[in-house]
Design a protein around this ligand. Structure first.
Ligand SMILES: [Zn+2]
Length: 198
């Protein structure tokens, strides 16, 4: 499903596995597994939904500073692709806004804990938020896109000029939609969420 190196759910490091630089993989898988358990997420969450473990980005640059000072960060490659794409859209008089980028595993955990504390069911939460360790935002390669006049992170984004433009041109910049309507991951339709796959 993903064309870039990922923490595969099958790659739990076996004892005595070769001492290559990837030998730490098991550690990440184990950390995530413990985290899922603490949140009450079923152990087969990833495999049962066809979701792969997503590594946290190690190199990030600031792609946008929000008015409140928060920074949206992406990998250098994806930040460059985003910039090229948004400039091309501007030239076509379409405004694309970067709403979110990198999100850490720790932050994803907080989001879910906050919703649980508010009384939302885990089932409902997991239709909207990936479990920690499984969000494409961990990689710094996923972006949420908005446009003026359309509420952020709402399905009606699909009715905007921005979405129509993305459908025609995003692939040229390496971006594709991860969660189309009726996707097999049991995640809601997210017309705003695009993953860079190059
Ligand atoms: Zn997203």
């Amino acid at each position: 499903m993903n064309l870039y190196p990922i923490w595969s759910s099958e790659s739990n490091g076996l004892p005595g596995a070769s001492p290559d630089p990837q030998a730490g993989r098991g550690t990440y898988a184990e950390t995530i597994s413990a985290l899922l358990q603490a949140l009450g997420v079923p152990d087969d969450y990833g495999p049962s939904r066809g979701l792969d473990l997503q590594p946290e980005a190690t190199e990030l640059v600031t792609a946008r500073v929000l008015p409140d000072g928060r920074e949206i960060r992406l990998t250098p490659e994806v930040a460059a692709s985003w910039q090229a794409m948004s400039l091309a859209a501007s030239a076509d008089r379409v405004t694309l806004l970067l709403i979110s980028g990198f999100r850490s595993v720790a932050y994803q955990r907080q989001i879910i804990e906050r919703k649980l504390a508010r009384g939302e069911s885990l089932d409902q939460i997991l239709r909207v938020n990936a479990a920690p360790g499984y969000s494409e935002h961990h990689t710094g390669r996923a972006i949420d896109i908005g446009t003026p006049g359309s509420p952020p992170l709402e399905e009606e984004f699909e009715n905007t000029e921005a979405f129509r433009w993305l459908q025609l041109h995003a692939a040229q910049y390496g971006f594709s939609l991860t969660y189309p309507r009726f996707n097999l991951h049991r995640i809601v339709y997210e017309p705003w969420h695009w993953l860079h796959r190059r």
